[in-house]
Design a protein around this ligand. Structure first.
Ligand code: ADP
Length: 212
């Protein structure tokens, strides 16, 4: 990859995603998909331009406000799960609560989030004692526990076999039908077709934006 300071990861991107929509971002590697997701999710700041979520112009928020806004509004699901290896499933989920609420953990909510993803029998297991699909379900529980409206998923099935991947996708489908906004990056067109809209990003530009 070219990490020169002149790389323009996104170039003149204008995008309006509706509340409750499922928008899939596709396109070749290096096209800017992850950068777009990270900017929408307030993990990265654009050098120019505005990001508005509901009525908040997040690009104007200071670091602390931005962090809080991100934790309240976004749940992240990554290809590599990013669970803490020495914490149990329950503790991994509670870590999310800790970051948002400090020491005011709520065991019931954390357990409910794991039950929601069908993992009540794995609450006390550490990641290395769980399958890839189970680890991804823990990461979805972690994303859900603070009840964010928007779920951002970067190749959530990229590390899973097809059968396990479809369990994860079914889960995302039901979260979407419950009203969550979903933005998902994938290379797989059949996953793209599950949402309402496919956005193609090539060389940092939107080359196609079509409804399914
Ligand atoms: P995609 O997710 O579509 O593969 P990325 O958003 O990861 O694309 O990358 C878009 C462009 O930004 C690429 O040219 C990539 O090399 C560059 N890039 C990605 N991450 C960084 C970084 N941390 N520093 C500098 N350039 C980066």
């Amino acid at each position: 990859m070219d990490y020169s300071p002149n790389t323009r990861a996104l170039d003149g991107v204008t995008l309006d995603v509706k509340k409750g929509e499922w928008a899939t971002i596709m396109g070749p590697s290096g096209g800017g998909k992850t950068t777009l997701l990270n900017i929408i999710g307030c993990l990265e700041k654009p050098t120019k331009g505005r990001v508005v979520v509901e009525d908040t112009e997040v690009t104007r928020l200071r670091e602390k406000e931005l962090t809080r806004f991100r934790r309240e509004n976004f749940g992240f699901i990554f290809q590599q799960f990013h669970l803490v290896s020495y914490l149990t499933a329950l503790e991994n989920v509670m870590l999310s609560q800790y970051f948002l609420y400090g020491r005011k953990f709520d065991y019931d909510d954390a357990q409910a989030a794991l039950e929601r993803v069908g993992l009540s029998h794995r609450m006390d297991h550490i990641p290395s004692h769980m399958s890839g699909g189970e680890q991804q379900r823990v990461s979805i529980a972690r994303a859900l526990v603070c009840e964010p409206q928007i779920l951002l998923a970067d190749e959530p099935t990229g590390n899973l076999d097809q059968k396990t991947g479809s369990v994860i996708l079914e889960l995302l489908k039901s979260l979407h039908s419950e009203g969550h906004t979903i933005m998902l990056v994938t290379h797989d067109l059949s996953i793209g077709k599950m949402g309402e809209r496919i956005i193609q990003l090539v060389d940092g530009k939107i080359t196609e934006d079509s409804s399914n």
